[in-house]
Write a protein that binds this ligand. Structure first.
Ligand code: SF4
Length: 227
């Protein structure tokens, strides 16, 4: 697949964006979640407004909630401050920062904002951010070390079906994904993985979510279904 052509084709099919204020978060969500050890925790998700992801995955609709150009310096700090100050009740166990892009892309999250956010969330026992596997590196490790609580990075694997992976235009392969997971694990950073069920281009029968969960790594999962 010619990636430039795929990007242009996908972007060309999009309607105009809504107007987004980069100093105002889209909203928050308080929910209970089950952790891998079976405990239930309360997490506060803050849906942040900021720069659009430079990638153009064919299934993604997050671009609608982004601005053109880089996130202005200070904007994310202001959004997190507002969200925390408007939260009532006891402090959540976890804060999830979903910025419709990649937390470790400096165009999306300026360096000074990452520092200010780490300070603002220093009382939290856990923080989750989202980022493409290709962005996992020193910035992720530095951010993890700048917070007293645990960092969890949410990574979109989406599918390990080779045709679906290619057609998704995600620009991700299993080696890169596994490398990111290994780097995070080596640095005691937790991970959560997004998998799309019912991905176009995947022939039936499709593996169930239970089968996804039972396989230990994407590579193991791939071996199971594509020996
Ligand atoms: S990498 Fe994530 S945010 Fe970027 S286009 Fe793909 S799914 Fe959307």
């Amino acid at each position: 697949m010619n990636l430039e052509t795929a990007d242009s084709r996908i972007r060309g099919l999009r309607p105009p964006k809504a107007r987004v204020d980069p100093y105002r978060a889209h909203g928050t969500l308080l929910e209970k979640e089950r952790r891998p050890d079976g405990t239930i925790e309360e997490s506060l998700t803050i849906f942040l407004a900021g720069a659009e992801c430079p990638l153009a995955c064919s299934f993604c609709d997050l671009w609608q909630w982004t601005i053109d150009g880089p996130t202005p310096s200070g904007a994310l700090t202001a959004q997190v401050e507002q969200a925390l100050s408007s939260h009532e009740g006891r402090r959540p166990d976890r804060v999830k920062l979903y910025n419709s892009s990649n937390f470790f892309d400096p165009r999306a999250v300026p360096r000074d904002d990452a520092k200010s956010i780490a300070t603002l969330l220093s009382g939290m026992s856990a923080i989750t951010v989202e980022s493409h596997a290709a962005t996992i590196g020193k910035r992720a490790i530095d951010f993890a070390r700048s917070i007293p609580g645990r960092l969890e990075v949410a990574l979109g694997l989406e599918s390990i079906h080779p045709v679906a992976m290619s057609e998704s235009n995600k620009r991700l392969d299993l080696d890169r994904f596994n490398h990111a997971i290994a780097l995070l694990e080596e640095n005691e950073i937790d991970t959560r993985v997004f998998v799309l069920l019912g991905m176009p281009y995947v022939p039936n029968p499709r593996p169930s979510s239970g089968q996804c969960a039972r396989s230990s790594t994407p590579r193991a999962w791939a071996r199971r279904w594509f020996p």
